[in-house]
Design a binder for this molecule. Sequence first.
Ligand SMILES: *[C@@H]1O[C@H](CO)[C@@H](O)[C@H](O)[C@H]1NC(C)=O
Length: 951
Amino acid sequence: MQQLLLLFLLLVGLRPSSSQTNSQDVAALQALMKNWRNEPQSWTGSTDPCTSWDGISCSSGRVTEMRLPSMNLHGTLSNTIYQLSALTYLDLSNNPNLGGTLSPDIGNLKQLTILILLGCSFTGNIPKEIGNLTKLTFLALNSNKFTGGIPPTLGLVSNLIWLDLSANQLSGEIPVSPGLNQLLSTKHFHFSENQLTGPMSESLFNANMSLIHVIFDRNKFTGPIPKSLGLVPNLTIIQLDQNQFSGPVPNSIGNLRNLMELNLASNLLNGTVPDLTNATQLNYVDLSNNNFASSPAPGWFSTLTSLNTLFMDNDGLTGTIPSALFSFPQLQQVSLAKNAFNTLNMRGNISSLLRVVNLTNNHIIEENVDPSYNNSLILTGNPVCLDNINLCTLKQKQQVPYATSLGPCGAISCPTDQSANPVTSQNCLCTNPFQGLMIFRAPAFSDMTNAATFQPLESTLAQNLSLAPRSVALSNVEFSPGAPLTLTVKIFPVSGTGFDRSDIIRISSALVNQTYNAPRTFGPYSFIASTYFPSPSGKKSSMSTGAIIGISVACFVLIVALVLVAIYALRQKRIAKEAVEQTTNPFASWGAGGKDNGDVPQLKGARYFSFEELKKCTNNFSGIHEIGSGGYGKVYKGTLANGQIAAIKRAQQGSMQGTAEFKNEIELLSRVHHKNLVSLVGFCYEQGEQMLVYEYIPNGTLRENLMGKGEMHLDWKKRLRIAVGSAKGLAYLHELADPPIIHRDIKSTNILLDESLNAKVADFGLSKLVSDTQKGHVSTQVKGTLGYLDPEYYMTQQLSEKSDVYSFGVVMLELITARQPIEKGRYIVREIRTAIDQYDQEYYGLKALTDPAIRDSAKLVGFRRFVQLALECVEESAVDRPTMNDVVRELEIIIQNEGAQLLQSGSVSAEQFGNAKGRDPYAEHLPMKDESSSSTFDYSSVYSYSAVEPK
Ligand SMILES: *[C@@H]1O[C@H](CO)[C@@H](O)[C@H](O)[C@H]1NC(C)=O
């Protein structure tokens, strides 16, 4: 009996846990856990939430904090969460698969001071009971799918400092009395990207408010901007762009002495351009696209010396652009496109930080520009360009956005979703960084190239989040006026293994609750995390040493075996190849055509075919085998003796090329092997015949497909893939072929599409070896195709790889427009350049020029960047063009972002996207096509030498 009692006491003593946490809280959490997938492992392993559950903190046995940001939770908030009545801190942010509605019971959580639900999928109304949470100081519901109005009861949350409702589908007017005018402590009103309507009440703002940021862009507000906005004394950011505000800009706004950023672009504002003379702290002003009365440049163009960015496109400005503007010491960017300025004066003290002056489509007839100014000056569409073409083209410099240098690790390529870890730069192990998008809705600067701006962001992130030096890397910096500045931040673990749950909670939490303060010029930010799969908690490996040794030995044995197999395979391949080369000696009848005796061609891998062989496989070149014809002859489809389907190009009498060119093409083609280049199977040169035998590419040329002749609908994603495929083929020619090869005739009729829509570059008849010269460019007689021809090559006869880059840029423009490069006397490059409107977020001003087949369907992710890249490729001056490797890299980023956007918009899940497994997300989406249906393609231009010589 005594023993039993002892045992009982022991048992009680061993279970202190269940008695520590309030039983109602335990029950609530356990019910919540049933509702969720992917809750932390620690939640299932232990019964006491207060001592051992990740993300839970307690006080006196009650659950007071729940921090589960970026945990990939799936599910809804079961009603039991509202029983956690002692909660002061609730952060479930960045769980995109956590959704459902918020219950009115949220009003029970009366102790809450911080509520962060950003980056989830919550729907329905914001319940009015949120007004019961009077202790709330921080409320972030941004990036969800909330609908309905802003509840007037929010005005009762009088301690609120941070209010972020951006990027939802909220509608209706902003409530006042009761409503948001009562929030005297609030510093942040962030309501961007909703469907809020106006008019905005004059009583929304008053002089007792503490607001510093008023960010209402991209809504549907109408009516005048309230004059009372100018009474709020501490305002630093006013962002009202992309609404339908009308009437004049209240004068009071020009007297806000702390104002750093004023963005009123793309509204219906009228009256005179506002007087900003007294807003002496202004850094960033955007007043573009309003209905202001036509006027000369306002006086503050010469006095507002704090400015770094001035955007006033399409505002009816006339006369002279004052030269004082360009001497403001912080000035980075000026855009005054689509005005009626006639004189440009840029003399004297030009700001050393000035990067871009955009004066597209003005009436400038006179310019006086200091020759020391070496950055971008865009004068396209001005009369002055008619006389002085150099001025209008040579001053457009590409702006390469900042990206953190990864040192030696930058050269390491890792599987999708992994990056080489720069923290331990000796080994650069591929690792899973924790990453996400930082969105800065109101940066007070516009130059994205300056390391001095971005490096403080890196260093303060590392310091503030207690991370190792070099563990923060920024990339994909993007900004255009009217859109937020976005960038990808990658955070690397110190060791190669990845972060565990508690690391992720700590880092993600500090980024969503604004513990991390970005440098002041960046303004407020939000952080949208990508899905992360944490390593198991407890940083040590769970494997025993014995197991590790066992696995290592097994791996070693496996590697040795693989190496032996590889050596054997290579040897067999060489033996086989030698055998083939011996039986089909291409030199045997070389020169049989008579006088064209050249050196024997140097062939690698291409076969020699006898006339009889090819005659047989095309049924004596019968009509049913014919798949194309043109001035040079005909192309036949035939099945070779080994079963391979081939396209056989047979030159006709009179269009035979010289032996030199024929030889050139077979030599080149036989040397290059890449999945994005059409490969030569062999050739025939006997009995007065010249025939080239290519691999058969079933889906025709890019041009045919763009003209809708194919059955394939080329949507945007497929076009991106075609672009990157052909760019890779070209990059291979330029960078990896030895010696490098310049194609010289890149055009949409020389890009073929196979059954999986892989792009293959064809027709090497004009190609040149770079080794033909010492200096990397070749002086040759100009050849190529009109519309694709590099103007610098045309003028100087100096050929380089950059001439192919130019032609490729034209092909990129064709992918956008589906037009021929020259149509009805109009040149696509020029058409695009003058049509660009940087405020058009969706189409970049190119809606009318965009191929209707892509324009009206899905969102064109990366469209702007794609256009910009194409325009960099067609820069007049070869040195300003990117290399094909740069182009491939850029296109891959665009495609990655395309995938990421799909992921964010929920049209594919992380699993489908292959996020965890590192698969190519595009591999599965492409339809396969039956090749027999495509034999109607006109091959006439495909395998032809259709180059023209410009006059
Ligand atoms: C400005 O717009 C308002 C509202 O659309 C209109 O009533 C007013 O007449 C306009 N004023 C001027 C000067 O055009």
